[in-house]
Design a protein around this ligand. Structure first.
Ligand SMILES: Nc1nc2c(ncn2[C@@H]2O[C@H](COP(=O)(O)OP(=O)(O)OP(=O)(O)O)[C@@H](O)[C@H]2O)c(=O)[nH]1
Length: 386
């Protein structure tokens, strides 16, 4: 049985912030089409309403419109997230409602047909804004609330009481229904935004968890180096590159000498510390492109891309000296040496054969007294190897 996770606080607040931003952007869009509504209103009223009333309405509406657009623009540019933006948006919505509400104050009451047309225009404005304020319903309520109040006062002021009452009831019912349905739409929109955010944050969490699992599956828990599985993948890649470019690559197989004695003398915990210290020391001698894996037990494998046998022998020798020259642990003081077998990928060779060659070289180094670097081919061994 699956359960739906409840929304986290951050999902809800992100959804609110996003809804708010979308409302601000949508409001700017609606305001930029507002002058078309004015043109319509002025066109209907011209010749039927005193010019002074039209001019007064236009002046009030223009002042509200220009100021609102300016504040909205700044709000959107600065990210629409500051605490001050919420009251600002409510003010803008309210003033916009006021701008349209005064239309009834100045323009209605002169002609019954014109009154009905202007009421239809107001209903149209309300419908446009119902859609606009879907994500931030408080701003919408502010706007239609003020639009309704100013419209009612305007109607009562301009019409005879029976006609005014009809219009007030008609407009009230229309605005009430719009408000009711806008509330429902807003809830669904916010829920949609929240789910979208919850999904994307869940996807991000899953991606991070998957990356961690992949990393864990490829890492040796004791030393933090790559493990054998990762080594197999890297070797396959190297073989592909080698086949495509013909450039050589080499491997070093490193085996700590007499490691069993360390375990026996100091215990496995100290043995583990020595393995960690060895892995750490190894890193100091490798380039970032080199790849180091714990092969198993006290054995490590280093892959040296684009490296010839001669260079790989030099790298092996550097490591051998670096390990031998100072203790791996100070408490207890443990000085260890390492035997290193070197092998280079040859044309047509298999990974298995490459490993066999490196293994044989380690065997040689052990047999010749340990603390040695050896290769599977009769290359000259570095002069100062013990
Ligand atoms: N502490 C510790 N010991 C381990 C781990 N894995 C393997 N070993 C021990 O490493 C030792 C390897 O011993 P051997 O294979 O005999 O080799 P050696 O003693 O290093 O001798 P040479 O390789 O011949 O020089 C064994 O005692 C294993 O138990 C590990 O993860 N931690």
């Amino acid at each position: 049985m699956t359960t739906t996770p409840s929304p986290t606080e951050s999902d809800v607040s992100i959804a609110r912030a996003t809804g708010f931003s979308e409302c601000a952007i949508a409001l700017r869009r609606a305001l930029s089409t507002t002058p078309i509504g004015w043109l319509l209103a002025v066109w209907f009223c011209w010749g039927r309403v005193p010019t002074q009333s039209i001019v007064l309405w236009l002046a009030a509406a223009f002042t509200v419109w220009a100021g609102s657009l300016w504040v909205l623009q700044r709000m959107i540019v600065s990210g629409s997230q500051l605490p001050i933006h919420r009251p600002q948006l409510r003010w803008i919505a309210g003033l916009d409602g006021f701008g349209w509400g005064v239309l009834t104050w100045f323009l209605i009451g002169y002609d019954p047909v014109l009154d009905a047309t202007l009421m239809a225009l107001l209903c149209g404005v309300t419908s446009v804004n119902a859609q606009v304020y879907g994500t931030y319903v408080v701003a919408y309520y502010g706007q239609i609330g003020i639009l309704w109040v100013v419209s009612v006062i305007g109607l009562l002021h301009g019409l005879d009481s029976q006609r005014a009452l009809d219009y007030v009831i008609g407009l009230g019912v229309f605005i009430g229904l719009t408000a009711y349905y806008t509330g429902a739409i807003s809830k669904r929109l916010l829920e949609g935004i929240r789910l979208q955010h919850a999904n994307s944050s869940l996807a991000a969490q899953l991606r991070t968890a998957l990356q961690k699992v992949e990393l864990d599956a490829a890492t040796d828990a004791l030393t933090g180096h790559w493990n054998r599985r990762a080594l197999d993948d890297v070797l396959k890649q190297q073989v592909e590159r080698h086949t495509a470019s013909g450039k050589p690559f080499s491997i070093l197989m490193l085996d700590i000498d007499f490691f069993k004695n360390i375990n026996d003398e100091f215990g496995h915990m100290v043995g583990d510390d020595v393995l960690r210290a060895f892995a750490q020391r190894l890193r100091e001698f490798l380039r970032s492109a080199d790849f180091c894996a714990r092969f198993g037990g006290e054995e490590f494998v280093v892959v040296l891309p684009e490296t010839s046998l001669a260079t790989a022998l030099e790298v092996g020798e550097r490591i051998r000296k670096g390990v031998a020259q100072s203790p791996l642990l100070n408490k207890p003081r443990i000085q260890a040496t390492v035997s290193i077998g070197v092998a280079t990928m040859e044309k047509g060779q298999s990974i298995h054969a490459l490993f066999a060659a490196a293994d044989a070289a380690v065997y040689l180094a052990k047999n010749e007294g340990r603390n040695q670097v050896r290769s599977h081919t009769p290359m000259p061994v570095c002069a100062d190897s013990v």
